[in-house]
Structure formats: C-alpha cells, structure tokens
Design a protein around this ligand. Sequence first.
Ligand code: GAL
Length: 410
Amino acid sequence: MIAFRTILTSTTALLAAGSAHATDLEVMHWWTSGGEAAAVAEFANAFDATGHKWIDGAIAGSGGTARPIIVSRIIGGDPMGAFQFNHGRQAEELIDAGLLRDLTGVAEAEGWKDIVNPPSLLDACTVDGKIYCAPVNIHSWQWLWLSHHAFADAGVDVPTNWDEFVAAAPALRDAGKIPLAVGGQPWQSAGAFNVLMVGIAGPDVLVRIYGDKDADLAAGPEMARVFAAAGDAREMSQGTNVQDWNQATNLVITGQAGGQIMGDWAQGEFQVAGQTAGEDYSCLPGLGINELIDTAGDAFYFPVVNDPDIAAAQDVLAATLLAPETQVAFNLKKGSLPIRGDIDLTAANDCMKKGLEILAAGNTLPATTILNTEDTNNQLNDLFVEFFNDTSITPEAAQERFVDIIANAD
Ligand code: GAL
C-alpha cells in the first residue's frame, strides 16, 4: 500500500509539472444553485491543480433529473469520467452490472478507513467488501430555515420549534407571507415529510418504517400524527408557486416566506446572499424537537473505462476529493459537514457548528437514500408531491397509500 501511495503522489507531482499524461475528465453532477456551484468549483480547482482538467458536466434541475441521464450514458457505453450520486442504494444496479470501478486500492492507499467519520459513510460506498465511491460530505435533511425579516414583519417572535411555527402561520399570512415555502420538485415535499416524521414521531419510527419496512407501524397512530402535521405543512405552503428548491430558499432569504424545511445545502444560498446565521435567519435542526441529523451524503463514482490515462486521472480525483484542504473549502461553501474529523473548521458558521455538535454527540440516523431503493423513494416523491398539490387528498387517504408503498418495498 505504501508503494501505491508513492506512485499516486509522484504521479500527482509529475502531472503538476506538466506531464503529457494530463487528462481531461468529464465530471457530472447536479450542483447548479449559487451555493452549490461555488462549492463544486472548489473541487474543480483542486483537481486542476494536480495537472489534470475537470470538464464540468453539470445538469440543471435536481438529482431526479440528473440520475437517469447519467445512468443512460453509462449503460449506453458512453461513460463520463466521474459522477456524483447520493451514496447508498442509488448506484446498486450499476455496481451489480460491473459498470463502476472498485476504488479499494485508492481507499487503502489514502487510509480512508481511518479518516472517514462516521464509518457508515464508507459502509454506504461498500458492496461485498469493495469500496465503490468516494464520499465527499455529510449532508443532512433535518433543518428548518427561518427568515428573521418575515417574522419581524409579521410582529411575532422567530419560532424555536415546529409547533410555534404552525401557531405563527396566521400572523405570517396576515402580513402577506407564505408561511412555509415548498418548491414543486417532487423530492422536496417527500423530503419535508420525512423531516416531519423524525421531528414528530422520532428517529426510531423512520428507521423501522424505511429500514424494516414495518407496514403496521406505517398504518398506526404515530404516523397519523405525522400525516396531520403534513396537512398543516401543506396548508402553510399554499401559494409558493416555484419549482426549484433554491427558488423556495430565495423566498425565505428575501423575507417573502417564513421558513423552509430543506437540507443543509440551503445554507450555501444564505451565504451567497451575504446573510448571517442568527441575525438574518435561524436554522432549527430536527424542527427544534428532535435535534439530530441524518448522515446522508454525496459521493463520487467512477465508471469502468478502457483507457489507462483516464483510470489514472480517476484515481487522482478520488484522492483529491478527500484531501483535507479540499474538504474544508468545499464544505464551507456547500453548507455540509466534512467526511473527516481531523480538519480545521474554525471558519464554520453557527448552523454548521450546530451540525458538528450533533454529529459529535452521535445524534444521527441513517438516510432514506441508504434505507430505500431509488424506486421506493420515487414512489414516495410521487405521493407527497400529489398530496401537497391537491388539497382534496386527506391525510388519512395519503397514509393509506403510504402503507401500500412500504408494504411493497424491498
Ligand atoms: C441532493 C444533494 C445535495 C444537494 C441537493 C439539492 O440530492 O445530495 O448535495 O445538492 O440535492 O441539489
């Protein structure tokens, strides 16, 4: 392994010196909002500094748009050099088909098993003992972002938990605000629902329903309370009328909406807009009820290619993504947490510090992208976007459909 590390390091040095083996690598991802683009530029810069060239293949929209395009390129025999997915079950079919590279050699040379924290991030990249992805962040869904300006305009205090937020909704409406911004992309309403589930019913319920596929629990009274809360959220979200998540975040940034339930990537948008946590906005982990975060994340995968130069550049990129400097630069802009605990994060803002404290206390839960297949998550997306759009669907009817999805999931 030491020999491999030496080769990798000297390869990097050689390339930095302008070797003929400098390679263009097309990298596909769906990071196109202001904060995301700023963050991914840090990866591109770090990779270019090795002497190779990052050819950016951003796909606008969301993961739901990008993933089928990426998969069809690979299946169609026209693979890119690297691509971003959420690690966990999204890539399992590509791995089964032998279309993705085994990165165990790079992981061993770079000591990933010793540095990646929590270890579940690397487990989510591992199939039959082989490591197939390079985890780049811990991103968590469990955040409620609140606009101080909207609440000031409405003459009410900034809420400290979900119930206070629901109670403040009429005052926000009277002040001409949308209480809760929910964009139209299907994954946003499903994501908000899952956050409500953890806040209101607790993390064990989520793990038993999505992990164990416990359909009885899905049909029971705890989940009925979550569906009732989703009914409140639906009511509070009426009038949002935007599609993209970052447009919804922008409604909070500009004080047109009171809040948004969204993952930590929203933080990148507040940062790009020059807002300060604690002054312009607040972030409540776990809706101010159950303070925890899921350890989902983004990871890069590398298709099998029949070209040794590209394979060598893929190895360099994989190692570069986890390097300490790259991790700091990327995550500070993205709003997510680094995948290694041994780096300097003194520049973290208040929200990121809260996330780091929750992580250090071990208050984490597995992500839906790890517990559910892409197919199950897509069915949930369809159910919840319909529920949020169509007020004639009762919480009870939506719960029945939810039970069916869980009963049939694998
Ligand atoms: C997620 C991704 C995050 C964030 C978000 C919105 O799937 O993992 O990093 O970018 O989509 O684009």
